[in-house]
Design a binder for this molecule. Structure first.
Ligand SMILES: Cc1cc2nc3c(=O)[nH]c(=O)nc-3n(C[C@H](O)[C@H](O)[C@H](O)COP(=O)(O)OP(=O)(O)OC[C@H]3O[C@@H](n4cnc5c(N)ncnc54)[C@H](O)[C@@H]3O)c2cc1C
Length: 443
């Protein structure tokens, strides 16, 4: 069997590696338009300001290592078109500019997402950056090493914008975030998101919410940003306005896309066309609680869905259990994490739900490292089935969120979670852990 995989990062290479393990004689070609395979995009916000993190350490496995495993990755080759009727793809060699055709028995689309770059005046000026690829990271690191770069404007206050802001502020840059929504970090409810905002402010980050970027000004290099509320001097602009599935090349292929451009797939990663699969940030993903597809671009999901795609390309029929949108981030000395539905999600779905917010401690108050920890739970009214959880605090939030994720996955009620036999010794937790306290506060 001849398989072509388009895209050589988390989803594509997870699929390729799994498929090769389950079907050793499978002929697998991976076309990747960039210069790297299997790179840790999640590490980029840390890489750009760190002297300790080398570019090469972001690469999980090299082309040579994949080749030794029997795969055929081809870099700097972009797939321009998919022709399902003839089972062909049109590929462009980005080095020579030549185009050629290749055929497949089965195809996986794992092209990920690209940063959204609206057409602001000045968007093409030198010093307007995005952070997606290793090359983006290298360019940003090089710019930041210039001591004349002092003021940085970040447009967008989501996960990536906040992580970049945190790292740049800690590296001594004067950072400003421009966010058009009423607050930062919209996947979190305001009671928890506010901790990120406080912490960024304490790092000296200027936060401008309810403010919209109009244009970027400069001669050849960026000099100022203009919003609907003011004009600010800046030496660098980082656009972190979210991502969009990289599926433009599929427009006329007959492969079904959602309104936002994501490939529509089922729980086995199959598209509407036989023998064509898709996984990762280019595709929708089944949402465990909503019991329908969502668009959630996360590495955790891309790796799992890629792995399942690899199994199913070999003829299996494994179904993805579904995403909970579990995600975490660090802001200064604060951890934030979420899983399942936010209160806004529950409202949008018209669910009969309740919520509770508690303040507890990570470890007993008599230890010097004891600190407050906040958890919010969203649960079904009546059954008390847990639908979502979010938390913030200095220590112990993220690993506790994994317990909430397990509880949601097992459809536990707050009453069951409130009596779950969790580990206890004073250096690690309180006798009633913050998890119990949150669950038992739910009425
Ligand atoms: C700065 C940053 C921080 C992040 N932090 C986190 C985090 O902390 N936690 C988390 O869960 N997620 C995080 N993510 C998201 C995570 O990186 C993505 O969800 C994950 O990389 C998706 O993997 P993928 O394989 O679907 O897509 P991608 O990683 O986007 O890979 C797709 C590949 O396909 C290639 N490609 C695209 N089109 C074509 C084509 N036509 N022909 C050939 N090749 C093509 C691209 O060059 C790319 O290499 C972060 C992302 C960024 C950018």
């Amino acid at each position: 069997m001849k398989v072509i995989i388009i895209g050589g990062d988390a989803a594509g290479m997870s699929a390729a590696s799994k498929l090769k393990r389950v079907q050793k004689d499978c002929d697998i070609t991976i076309y990747e338009k960039g210069s790297y395979l299997s790179y840790a995009a999640c590490g980029l916000p840390y890489f750009v300001t760190s002297e300790a993190i080398e570019k090469d350490s972001l690469i999980q496995r090299t082309k040579e290592e994949f080749e030794q495993a029997g795969l055929r990755p081809i870099l700097l080759h972009e797939v321009m078109q998919v022709e399902p009727e003839s089972k062909k793809v049109v590929v462009k060699d980005l080095f020579s500019g030549n185009e050629f055709e290749d055929t497949y028995d089965k195809l996986l689309i794992a092209t990920g997402a690209r940063p959204i770059i609206p057409n602001f005046p000045g968007v093409k000026l030198d010093g307007v950056l995005t952070l997606k690829t290793v090359d983006d990271g290298v360019l940003m690191k090089e710019k930041l090493s210039d001591p004349t770069i002092k003021n940085v404007t970040i447009v967008g206050g989501g996960y990536i914008g906040i992580e970049v802001a945190e790292n740049l502020a800690q590296a001594g840059k004067k950072v400003r975030i421009i966010e058009m929504a009423e607050r930062l970090l919209m996947p979190f409810d305001p009671e928890i998101a506010k901790f990120a905002q406080y912490e960024l402010a304490s790092l000296g980050v200027g936060i401008h919410v309810n403010e919209k970027l109009d244009s970027i000004i400069g001669n050849t290099k960026v000099e100022k940003v203009v919003t609907d509320k003011g004009t600010y001097d800046t030496d660098l602009v980082v656009l972190a306005l979210g991502v969009k599935s990289a599926t433009d090349f599929l427009k006329d292929s007959g492969i079904q896309l959602a309104d936002n451009g994501a490939v529509i797939i089922d729980r086995e990663m199959r598209t509407n066309i036989a023998d064509i699969y898709s996984a990762g940030d280019c595709a929708e993903v089944y949402n465990f609680i909503k019991e329908q597809n969502s668009y959630i671009a996360l590495a955790t999901t891309a790796n799992k869905c890629g792995r399942i795609a690899g199994e199913n390309l070999a003829g299996n029929h494994i179904k993805f259990v579904g995403t909970l949108g579990s995600a975490a981030l660090k802001v200064g000395s604060i951890e934030l994490a979420r899983t399942g539905l936010s209160e806004k999600d529950a409202q949008d779905l018209g669910l009969d739900y309740k919520s509770v917010l508690v303040e507890a401690r990570n470890i007993p108050h008599y230890f010097p490292d004891s600190s407050p920890i906040w958890f919010k739970l969203i649960y079904e009214n009546g059954t008390k089935r847990i639908l979502g959880a979010q938390g913030a605090g200095k220590q112990g939030v993220v690993l506790r969120m994994d317990v909430f994720a397990s509880a949601i996955y097992n459809k536990m009620s707050t009453s069951e979670l409130g009596m779950l036999d969790l580990c206890y010794a004073p250096p690690f937790s309180t006798v009633w852990d913050a998890i119990h306290i949150a669950a038992n506060a739910a009425k």
